[in-house]
Design a binder for this molecule. Structure first.
Ligand SMILES: Cc1cc2nc3c(=O)[nH]c(=O)nc-3n(C[C@H](O)[C@H](O)[C@H](O)COP(=O)(O)OP(=O)(O)OC[C@H]3O[C@@H](n4cnc5c(N)ncnc54)[C@H](O)[C@@H]3O)c2cc1C
Ligand code: FES
Length: 262
């Protein structure tokens, strides 16, 4: 593997930080939450995550930042079960704790990039887009959603970035009708020599990986495994790869698509 494709991030460098919510507002069905890490000196890389405490819940929730500005970390939270529903209702001024930074990060591959995602998967992908642009890469974003519900989300995350953004809605209410994987297929069939990065539902990442591998393009995914400790101590995040069982929290969450046993 060329050096530029090595994964970044040290699973040993995390700590348990006090954090404060300094802003929280909705973006359609999602919530943008800004956390302050005060003067921690903490630096996240795109793809890494934090494990955030939720009042009244024993286990923390893994969330992958959409960006970092000094000591402020931007999160996109999509309410799913009780923990994330509670998180999106917390007011600015709420104090929580976060284990961070956890896991590895996306490699910056040579050449241009296609980022294909959906829902809150857009958060780490937008962070990655900013990093890739800083390295001079051209970035195409293919975002899929059931309807136009993610319009505010993509505007907020990608509006300030010089990416080529294409929105796909299954019901045709915004952008192109259908799935973003169809556009990925078209792009790779045209001979585009790009690296593919995908974060979203399992089915989307699996389909994106299959298209990339069919056209022999490198692809990276962030596996959304069920997590508890977040630091490699409990085995709840086990995923199967071609080199055996791995901890998504410690060995991932970013994996080369060809390594994953889908
Ligand atoms: C690396 C990583 C990054 C993530 N980033 C984001 C993000 O930026 N925004 C976002 O909205 N969601 C993200 N998720 C998914 C999010 O962590 C889950 O939706 C959330 O933990 C569900 O908690 P809950 O209490 O709402 O649901 P419940 O189902 O009640 O959760 C119960 C327990 O299962 C765990 N769990 C449940 N679903 C998941 C899941 N999909 N992944 C991991 N653990 C789960 C919870 O941590 C909790 O311990 C990420 C997941 C991973 C693994
Ligand atoms: S979440 Fe505990 S080992 Fe990965």
């Amino acid at each position: 593997m060329p050096r530029s494709l090595e994964f970044h991030g040290s699973a040993a460098a995390w700590d348990d930080y006090p954090v404060e919510i300094i802003d929280s507002h909705s973006l359609g069905p999602h919530q943008r939450i800004v956390l302050s890490f005060a003067d921690s000196g903490l630096r996240f890389k795109p793809g890494q995550f934090l494990n955030l405490s939720v009042p009244g819940h024993l286990l923390r929730r893994p969330l992958a930042p959409a960006g970092q500005h000094g000591s402020e970390i931007e999160l996109i939270v999509t309410p799913f079960g009780p923990g994330t529903h509670k998180l999106v209702r917390l007011k600015p001024g709420s104090r929580l704790r976060a284990l961070a930074p956890l896991g590895n990060s996306f490699p910056v591959a040579p050449g241009d990039a296609v980022l294909i995602g959906a829902g809150a998967g857009a958060a780490p992908l937008a962070f990655l887009a900013a990093r890739l642009l800083a390295y001079g890469r051209n970035v195409t974003v293919l975002h899929g959603a059931p309807s136009n519900e993610d319009a505010e989300l993509v505007r907020a995350l990608y509006g300030g970035l010089e990416v080529q953004l294409e929105y796909f809605s299954e019901d045709g209410s915004l952008g192109r009708t259908g799935l973003p994987t169809a556009a990925l297929h078209e792009l790779l069939a045209s001979g585009a020599e790009v690296t593919v990065y995908s974060v979203g539902p399992y089915a989307l990442m699996k389909a994106a990986a299959a298209v990339a591998l069919a056209w022999r393009r490198p692809a990276f995914v962030s596996l959304d495994a069920h997590m508890a400790c977040g630091v490699g101590a409990c085995l709840s995040c086990a995923v199967m790869t071609k080199s055996g069982q791995k901890h998504a929290c410690k060995d991932g969450p970013v994996f080369a698509a060809e390594e994953v046993r889908w």
